[in-house]
Design a protein around this ligand. Structure first.
Ligand code: GLN
Length: 212
């Protein structure tokens, strides 16, 4: 299994380190022809406006959309979540609109440019996730096929999944948190070898018990 990390900009090195920690081969992706053979792809944190420019300039848009259409897992953290969102509040055009959510960029304002919070993420087990938020977005709206995976104490949504698309407003890769990457690897092997006759869907498609 090979999981790509989009390496145009941002904290891709930390994602590659996290993959190495869990024993999964990571590939830094910069060229369109690198995308097709991947088992999954991670879009790191950084600056979504820069990523938008480089995704287009380097011809990565169509290969990534195609990989997603085949059902490979795509995981975005922070700027990566913005890149995946169907709607960006304020009217910016979407970049890779794979996730039926509306996000607001830099949603915590100047007072709280960065902060950390312990989050309950039931799909990852009982032990809380230490969320590192840096000029983070917030999910303002989730479509009917989107599962909410985590909220802040005030109820605002900070982690979501829609079938093979996973996104967090925070940075697990900066907190030594490996469970999201393990989930991506599990989704990737499920995608590549769904098992016969199970008749079940690999990922929940409707708002589940985690919903509002
Ligand atoms: N504020 C950045 C943006 O809007 C995201 C920050 C991050 O990825 N840590 O793209």
């Amino acid at each position: 299994m090979k999981i790509g990390v989009l390496a145009v900009q941002g904290d891709f090195a930390e994602h590659l380190d996290t993959l190495e920690t869990i024993g999964v081969e990571g590939v830094d992706v910069r060229r369109p022809e690198q995308v097709a053979g991947l088992s999954g792809l991670i879009l790191p944190g950084g600056e979504s406006t820069t990523m938008r420019r480089l995704i287009d300039r380097w011809g990565l848009r169509d290969p990534i959309l195609e990989l997603a259409a085949h059902g490979a897992p795509i995981f975005g953290t922070c700027a990566g979540m913005i890149v995946l969102s169907r709607e960006i509040a304020g009217g910016e055009a979407p970049i890779l609109p794979l996730l039926d959510v509306t996000v607001a960029r830099n949603a915590f304002g100047r007072q709280l440019e960065s902060f950390e919070a312990d989050l309950q993420v039931p799909v990852l087990g009982d032990q809380s996730v230490h969320g590192v938020f840096i000029r983070a977005p917030i999910v303002e709206r989730t479509g009917p096929d989107v599962d909410v995976l985590a909220r802040l104490d005030d109820g605002r949504v900070v982690a979501v999944r829609q079938r093979n698309i996973l996104a967090t407003a925070f940075h697990p890769e900066l907190a030594g948190e490996t469970r999201f990457h393990r989930l991506v690897a599990a989704m990737a092997s499920e995608h590549e070898d769904p098992g016969e006759g199970s008749g079940r869907r690999p990922y929940p498609t409707r708002r589940s018990r985690l919903g509002r």
